[in-house]
Design a protein around this ligand. Structure first.
Ligand code: IMP
Length: 235
């Protein structure tokens, strides 16, 4: 569903406060909301104010962060955005998943590659299947006590080595599957209309990544959710 820029400017104030200390995430969300004329600012919270919740799914983690961050909003009717994401590797039963942050800080990109080093094939399509993974994101927007949730996924595979230094986190080891003209991911044997041609997110940079991004999809889903709700509520 296409959502008009005007509608969003009407229903949202023009600033979203994003609970993140990650400049990469802020840059991606800013690109997204800029299309709607909305500025995304980083919500500053004191050190230790937000405790990383222990939960088995991304949505519970994001909701728990919303609860903790509400007290730090600059004014009562400010909008708060929280996003939680992770890398889910199929051959590792979804690990690191909700533990992605910890896994990145401890074993890092090299550690993930090491965990998958036995999964190789001469056949590039089979190699991609063996090393399949997806980024998943959940975006939660709080406004006047109302909570909206968006979910997004980006399918791909784990590279055999670290490639590129753009982006953040696991970007240098993640190669997205091609997308068709409607933005849907294709099986690894198919060439799509949008492709990184085997390059990782760490090689292609934020503008290209944005077109595949789980975060973009979660934000799109969230904004669609908002519009659906408004049409149910009536004029
Ligand atoms: P967070 O809890 O949403 O901050 O993300 C958990 C971990 O997953 C962090 O260590 C990030 O490095 C990693 N991560 C989340 N999203 C991405 C992404 O888009 N690219 C690369 N790594 C990501």
């Amino acid at each position: 569903m296409v959502i008009g820029r005007r509608l969003f400017v009407d229903i949202m104030s023009d600033t979203v406060w994003f609970l993140t200390s990650n400049p990469g995430k802020l840059a991606e969300a800013s690109v997204h909301f800029a299309e709607l004329g909305i500025e995304v600012k980083c919500l500053e919270v004191p050190d230790g104010a937000i405790v990383e919740p222990q939960a088995s799914d991304l949505e519970s983690v994001a909701r728990a962060k919303i609860e903790q961050a509400l007290n730090h909003l600059p004014h009562d009717n400010a909008m708060l955005l929280v996003e939680d994401a992770g890398l889910f590797v199929t051959a590792l039963d979804g690990f690191p998943g909700v533990y992605s942050s910890y896994a990145y800080d401890t074993i890092g990109n090299q550690g993930v590659i090491r965990l998958l080093e036995h999964l190789q094939s001469e056949d590039p399509v089979r190699a991609k299947r063996l090393r399949a993974a997806s980024f998943k994101a959940v975006s939660v927007l709080w406004k006047n006590g109302e909570v909206l949730i968006g979910r997004g996924e980006c399918q791909g595979s784990i590279a055999s080595q670290i490639q590129g230094a753009e982006g953040f986190g696991f970007d240098p080891i993640f190669i997205p599957y091609d997308l068709d003209e409607d933005g849907h991911p294709l099986d690894p044997e198919n060439l799509g209309s949008l492709s990184t041609h085997g390059q990782t997110f760490g090689e292609v940079g934020v503008e290209v990544k944005h077109r595949f991004s789980h975060r973009k999809r979660a934000l799109d889903d969230l904004l669609n959710e908002w519009q659906n709700q408004r049409s149910q509520d009536g004029p």
